[in-house]
Design a protein around this ligand. Structure first.
Ligand code: SF4
Ligand code: SF4
Length: 127
């Protein structure tokens, strides 16, 4: 299992209506991060504040100039859904996550253990 290389695929895959937020997260943004809560509507993210429509791509995803790498403009305030990713090996295969190595596919149980260890500060273990 490799470290995340910031390829941005997960953000692109999930930002078009694939992320959810809790009422607590929305309330925190409303009070302390109104520029983020502008993009929330009826508990859904990310909604264009001008048109009220679901955005195809997350407004906080930014490509580094001249590189195939992406950063999150609200990294420390991003949704828990984003903080918890990736959760399972199956999800990573489906998303073509670049953290995967051949040995993770050869032994997915060990791969999941390695992933949970890597994510220990971000989310509870899957097991
Ligand atoms: S909020 Fe940040 S981490 Fe989440 S999809 Fe957008 S750019 Fe990616
Ligand atoms: S798809 Fe995987 S490697 Fe790419 S940014 Fe997301 S977590 Fe990182």
């Amino acid at each position: 299992m490799k470290e995340c290389n910031q390829c941005g695929k997960c953000c692109v895959n999930y930002s078009d209506g694939g992320l959810s937020v809790t009422a607590d997260e929305v309330e925190y943004w409303e009070i302390f991060r109104p520029h983020i809560s502008n993009f929330v509507s009826e508990g859904k993210i990310w909604i264009d504040p001008d048109t009220g429509k679901q955005l195809k791509r997350c407004p906080w995803l930014k490509q580094l100039p001249g590189e195939e790498k992406y950063i999150c403009d609200i990294y420390f305030d991003r949704p828990d859904d984003c903080k918890h990713y990736p959760v399972t090996i199956e999800q990573m295969v489906k998303d073509e996550c670049e953290m995967l190595e051949p040995r993770d596919l050869a032994d997915p149980t060990q791969g999941q253990t390695d992933l949970d260890l890597l994510m220990i500060d971000c989310r509870p273990s899957v097991k």
